[in-house]
Write a protein that binds this ligand. Sequence first.
Ligand SMILES: [Zn+2]
Length: 331
Amino acid sequence: MRMLSGLAAAALMCAALMSASAAAYAADIERCHGAMAWQVLGSGGPELNQRAQSGHVLWIDGKARAVLDAGAGTAVNFGKAKGRIEDLDVLALTHLHTDHSADVAAYIKASFFGERERVLPILGPDAGNGFPSIRGFLQAMFSGDAAAYPYLGGFMREGGAGYLVEPNVLALREGEIAVVLRNERMTIRATAVKHGPVPALAYRVDAGGHSVVYLGDTDARAPALLKLAEHADLMVANMAIPEGGNDPVANALHAPPSRIATLARQAGVQRLLLSHWMLRSEQAMPQIRKDIAAIFPGQLLVAYDGECVNLDKPARLGTPQPGASKASRSP
Ligand SMILES: [Zn+2]
């Protein structure tokens, strides 16, 4: 009887802890509304490791204006964050690995039930090495009888749906930094980066006197990255490998912590947000934090799903906070 009571109490406590953790998590996802803020919709990928895969949203004056990458789980988190697809000026993909693009169809289908009327530009890379261009990718999903989702083909035809999805292929020369979107709220620039053989891009968004650079998946060796990232308020880097890894394929695809930290320091960025945690890098997180803090003097942040970086608040320069990680708060 005593044992049963103990078990029952433990179960109750466990349920209470789980619901408290779920409540805290939901609150984190909902609170990111500022003059300009960057919110992590997914801090993991491609493993199913309790984090949603890669995706982020830029808030301007309380509205979701740009989504960058759309890995699995991020469309749901966009909804939890109270983002409205009607407000989006653009959806920009760094590359077409599934953990950065699998939720594109989820966003498009969800928008069917909204009130969007204006064109939605979707930016992405050109074709190469077995990968389609962003146009080919969207056509393969939506256009024609052989598409994966032909019932959504109206989004790719003028007058076919409530609004038009417009692929924008960014065929950039090596070293080129191009303005790829400009409107009254923001300017987005892009450059081509090396991600093994995968056509890939990095983006910079400037809005309201602030700037964010999103490197995406890359070995971070492209010289143009230094210029793209110059004096950014925030650099978002994918931390997919630990320092000194001996997997040549992974090393060709991704950058080790020291290279990311050096780029951030040389570019003079104020904050560095580490995202895209895989099991191999998450296990090494304490060492990665130390390695980066030894090189990069700015504010170091470890992404968790729903994390909001309010760019109106000044960075805490020179004070990396080893105790401030909220990564463990991912559900
Ligand atoms: Zn990738």
